[in-house]
Design a protein around this ligand. Sequence first.
Ligand SMILES: [Zn+2]
Ligand SMILES: [Zn+2]
Length: 331
Amino acid sequence: MRIVAGVYQIRLPFPQSVPGYTNVYVVEGEKGNILIDCGWDWPGALWAFREGMRNDSLKFQDINWIVITHTHPDHYGLAGKLKELCGARVAMHRLEAELANSRYETSAVLLNEMSEELKKNGVPQDELTDMRDASLWMQKFVSSCQPEIILDEGDKISNGTFEFEVLRTPGHSQGHICLYEPTKKWLFSGDHVLFQTMPHIGLHPQSEDNPLEDYLKSLNNLEAMKTNFIFPGHGPVFNSLKLRTAEILQHHDQRRKNILKVLDGGMKTAYQIAVEIPWKDRSKAGKFNELTSLDRRLAILHVMAHLKLLDSEGELGRIEQEGSYVYLKKS
Ligand SMILES: [Zn+2]
Ligand SMILES: [Zn+2]
């Protein structure tokens, strides 16, 4: 589907009857086309990609570059196959190239680290295995590949018609990038800013030390940019970056207040806090115990990201008690 002159959006469905889709974009240029992001690796997504290309009379061999905003499976899963089909070169940020290896090639180490972190943050033994393994099914929907082009903040990618600036926007993933086209004032935002959903920010073995602090900083940096259209990785294209940024900031502020309110009742682990605060944003369910094991894990990692930020701001204290981190609010 052509969104504006030179930009086509193709929606690639999620596997396993999971609702939703990934938006991928083809940007036409005199020296070749750029594909921004790939969906999951499963036949339904590949079929949708072929159909989308055919409907807009786009050719696989015209895609010279595949730029990956970050290596989560819904943006990177199909990269290996599309690279082969198009004969394109894959580009991503340096940190994402490093993370992809441990995410998909040597994941046993990552699983152990995840389990240890969850345990230390109060997850009971009988919930631990389920939560640790909650994202294992995703691995079979990724055909990983190494990038030919390593990107860093400030790099430029040109296809002869449009020139994109690489903006590193950490928080959702360490090496997450957005692409900005300054002449048209287009922002391809990956999972950094979405219109309908809140990007997940969690503290986990592969995140930066203080991911929420990094996320809020990179969000503020973007807010000052002039944008005509924001092309996100999921949901509708939109044009009100300022408005959406304000909503995201308000969401995190509310969550912070919820966490501090729970801590008014005494010392708690991240797990105990997650059980007590509302979670309407993660699914239709509002209570922690109604969430899937994956969503419960994401909820705890998200609380941990908030606790880390609050701790770095001097609002909290942390002690280790019987092998678990317990947080208290400073008066
Ligand atoms: Zn993501
Ligand atoms: Zn995504």
